[in-house]
Design a protein around this ligand. Structure first.
Ligand code: PMP
Length: 458
């Protein structure tokens, strides 16, 4: 019986079994390495690495540009790119040179002393995003955590508002969704929540200004933390007027606005903020900006930076809750400077966005050709398809369009033929090195998968 995703479940199950068996058979070394990892919790260095479509993770051996090889000798076109951490491509030469120069030349991986690279990175981020003052973390999660603390401090308000089915890292306040009764409730699977999330957070659906206003009207929200487009429950694009409405409402209710550009950076060299003319008070980012070396960053508007620095009661230079020992380290700073100055440049974005446009166009044609009720969304250099048409308008609708079995089948089918997608969704990200020929290769395999699924001839 076809379901909402438009595929026959029995056929899907049979094909998925076949692909999983082939995946395991052709990867004995990855399978053995996984079995040997007796002293890793869940057999992996970090539990998310068990999010794998075919039962065990691929152990990679080399990663350069948009190509990965595994320990069993397979080569992959990588459209996952470390779920954005490697958006600059793997090991881009200017970043490798800068990090090597730092470590082997002047030396010092971590000192708790500044280097001049940090000021150059701050200036470049200010130029790109139009936000003047920057501070660094090691992850986007921490950038968000620290930004939240600062905004609670400066407003004296207790709550943070996020969009339902958002993702901003493992930030306690963000693990809230809109329940069927329209009220906020803990996100399913929330691990060891420190407190009932409704005491720290409010939630509204993306693209819902009425819902946002209803929540902000309580007057207890320090900040709205949001992605300008949702990217972690499929891509959900903002409808015309929505982001301007968010800015207006946050100003009306005295609430600060944080744009998390960790993923929406794919929209252009200055992220969605520059591409769409947004005016956040705070901008957070991480992952890609140091070419794969750990980093997070948050930028503050001039007024906000001034107001926070004037608060002598806040301990910003010791254990007051903001900062970390390795944050702003010279290796991250050297890497970020090289990545922004030489790799993720304006021409690089032009090429990545052109490749993504070709990817999205080709994908739409294939899906239409098989008459499947799926939709394709593109955010600059990032493309995603969802098993619903029209495209979902908010996180809850998008969550309802998930089909884990179908997603796993497609990921395994593609991996067996040398293409990697982001394990968490059907997302493809273009690196500067990704070519239209790479896109065509993906499409050939994708079309073959749909052909088998629908048993039609292409
Ligand atoms: N913000 C957004 C929008 C993200 O997508 C993520 C990670 N997927 C994060 C923050 C957290 O990044 P990290 O895991 O590097 O802390």
């Amino acid at each position: 019986m076809p379901t909402d995703s438009g595929v026959d479940r029995a056929r899907l199950a049979a094909l998925a079994d076949r692909e999983r068996a082939s995946f395991a058979e052709r990867r004995p070394r990855s399978a053995a390495a996984y079995q040997r990892a007796d002293h890793l919790f869940g057999r992996v260095p970090m539990t998310w690495m068990n999010k794998t479509a075919a039962g065990f993770p691929i152990y990679f051996e080399t990663a350069h540009g948009n190509r990965i090889t595994d320990v069993d000798g397979h080569e992959y076109l990588d459209f996952c790119l470390g779920d954005t951490g490697a958006m600059a491509g793997h090991s881009p030469a200017p970043v490798v040179d800068a990090v090597t120069r730092r470590l082997a030349g002047p030396g010092g991986a971590t000192t708790m002393l500044p280097t001049e690279d940090a000021a150059a990175v701050g200036a470049e981020l200010a130029r790109r995003f139009g936000i003047p003052y920057w501070s660094f973390a090691l992850t986007a999660t921490d950038a968000n955590r620290w930004a939240i603390r600062l905004l609670r401090a400066v407003t004296g308000r207790p709550k943070i508002l996020v969009n339902s089915y958002c993702y901003h890292g493992s930030v306690d306040e963000s693990l809230i969704v809109v329940g069927p009764d329209g009220r906020g409730r803990s996100r399913e699977g929330n691990v060891g929540a420190p407190t009932d999330v409704t005491t720290t957070s409010r939630v509204a659906e993306f693209n819902d200004l009425e819902g946002l206003e209803r929540e902000l009207a309580h007057g207890d929200v320090a900040a709205v933390l949001m992605e300008p487009a949702l990217t972690n429950i499929g891509i959900v694009l903002p409808e015309p007027g929505y982001l301007a409405g968010v800015r207006e409402l946050t100003r009306t209710y005295g609430t600060y606005l944080i744009n998390d550009e960790t993923h929406t950076f794919s929209a252009g060299p200055g992220g969605a903020t520059a591409a769409w003319g947004l005016e956040p008070d705070v901008l957070t980012i991480g992952k890609a900006i140091a070419g794969g070396i750990p980093i997070g960053a948050y930028g503050l508007s001039a007024g906000l930076a001034e107001a926070i620095l004037a608060r002598t009661d806040l301990d910003l230079v010791d254990m007051g809750g903001v900062g970390g020992t390795l944050a702003g380290n010279p290796v991250s700073m050297a890497a970020a400077r090289a990545c922004l100055e030489h790799v993720l440049t304006e021409p690089a974005f032009d090429s990545m966005i052109a490749t993504a446009t070709a990817f999205a166009g080709g994908l739409r044609k294939i899906i239409e050709g098989y008459a499947l009720p799926w939709s394709v969304s593109r955010l600059g250099a990032r493309v995603e398809y969802r098993f619903a048409d029209p495209a979902p308008r908010n996180g809850t609708e998008s969550a309802a369009a998930a089909d884990g079995e179908l997603e796993d089948f497609l990921h395994t089918y593609l991996a067996n033929r040398g293409v990697l997608l982001t394990p968490f969704h059907n997302m493809a990200l273009m690196a500067p090195q990704t070519t239209v020929a790479d896109v065509e290769r993906h499409h050939e395999i994708f079309a073959a998968a749909l052909g088998e699924l629908t048993a039609a001839t292409a």
